[in-house]
Design a protein around this ligand. Structure first.
Ligand code: OGA
Ligand code: NI
Length: 349
């Protein structure tokens, strides 16, 4: 497995241990490394509070597929982010996963540090922020990342969450396949068209833990970014803090209980030649509440070459993006494109 990041911290034995560890030690003011420069902080007058993004009712898929596809296609083109209800995934599976993940974050720090790495495609990664060894200003969150290929049995998992995570992942994978089929139809193509372009697709499950923050106005839980894969399926508790950007404004998303938040990521924007939008999003932190999110990234195979689908290209609709090996895009995201809006880097003009 290639290492994408020269792990400076690991070489010098000064690994950051995460923000939960800082807070558990009684921190009262955030360290300088977490203070964002004023230009990067959330500005109140640019935030639109309590916004209801489109809601996609999976039950409608059975009753009127064409209408369902139209609604999904509109949400993916106008917003690139929506909530999914009546998805059929039992609440017990979701809550079980939340408890399992919280137990992981509650492990003693020495246990968690056994998984500490900045590498991306490892079976289990514990890390804080995104790529701490390269960042001047860190994000106020820790995460566990679990990597699944379609051959997930090959991958060792921490005993504690192995069974729960496997059933959660198969449910979410099924949901992503259903959405991808409908998104293909929304482009006027065969329902397996997008899945075919993804090849032997992969899933990364990233659990983000945002401890309460003593100086929430100075920090960000996660910087503004687009997701670099295909489709992202996020489950969060009811704390809130996730915001999506349209133009200069940041829309504060109001979570629906037990719904998933789904967003279009870069590779679907590229395949659809810009019809579906990979929306920029970020996370604010709270002074009095800890937040948890469990994010499933449904991604193409690393050896898939992703470019605009040829069926969508003609004289009136020239390709807007270059074709790139997905693995190369990911490497660039973690090493070169550290400013968030990744799909722009592949734009032709
Ligand atoms: C991510 C992400 C949002 C959240 O992990 O890419 O955008 O709410 N997470 O944790
Ligand atoms: Ni994201």
């Amino acid at each position: 497995m290639p290492s994408f990041v020269a792990n400076v911290n690991q070489q010098t034995d000064v690994l950051p241990k995460g923000v939960k560890a800082l807070m558990d030690n009684g921190l009262v003011t955030i360290p300088g490394r977490y203070i964002k420069p004023p230009s990067h902080r959330a500005v109140k007058h640019l935030i639109v509070p309590g916004v209801e993004i489109p809601v996609i009712d999976m039950a409608a898929l059975e009753s009127d597929r064409e209408k369902f596809v139209q609604t999904l296609c509109k949400a993916s083109s106008e917003w690139g982010i929506f909530q999914v209800i009546n998805h059929g995934i039992p609440v017990a599976t979701m809550q079980g996963m939340v408890h399992g993940v919280l137990e992981l974050f509650d492990l003693p720090i020495e246990e968690k540090m056994k998984y500490y790495t900045e590498e991306v495609f490892v079976p289990v990664r514990y890390c804080t922020s995104m790529t701490p060894s390269q960042e001047t200003h860190m994000e106020w969150h820790d995460h566990f990342q679990h990597y699944f290929s379609n051959r997930e049995k090959e991958h060792p998992w921490p005993e504690k969450c192995r069974r729960l995570a496997s059933s959660y992942v198969s449910s979410v994978r099924h949901l992503s396949q259903t959405l991808m089929s409908a998104l293909s139809e929304g482009l006027g193509l065969d329902s397996n068209c997008l899945a075919k372009s993804f090849g032997d697709s992969e899933m990364i499950l990233r659990s983000n833990y945002y401890p309460l923050c003593p100086n929430p106005d100075l920090a960000l839980g996660m910087n503004g970014h687009t997701d670099s894969g295909g489709l992202t399926i996020l489950f969060e508790d009811q704390v809130g803090g996730l915001q999506a950007r349209k133009g200069d404004l940041w829309y504060d998303l109001k979570p629906i209980k037990n719904a998933f938040i789904v967003n279009i990521a870069d590779q679907l924007q590229i395949l659809s030649n810009g019809k579906y939008k990979s929306i920029e999003h970020r996370v604010l932190v709270q002074p009095d509440q800890t937040r948890l999110s469990i994010v499933a990234f449904c991604n193409p195979s690393r050896d898939a070459v992703i470019g605009p689908l040829p069926e969508l290209i003609d004289e009136q609709n020239p390709p807007l993006y270059k074709s790139t090996l997905y693995q190369e895009h990911i490497t660039n995201v973690y090493t070169k494109y550290l400013d968030g809006k990744h799909s722009q880097k592949l734009q032709i003009n």
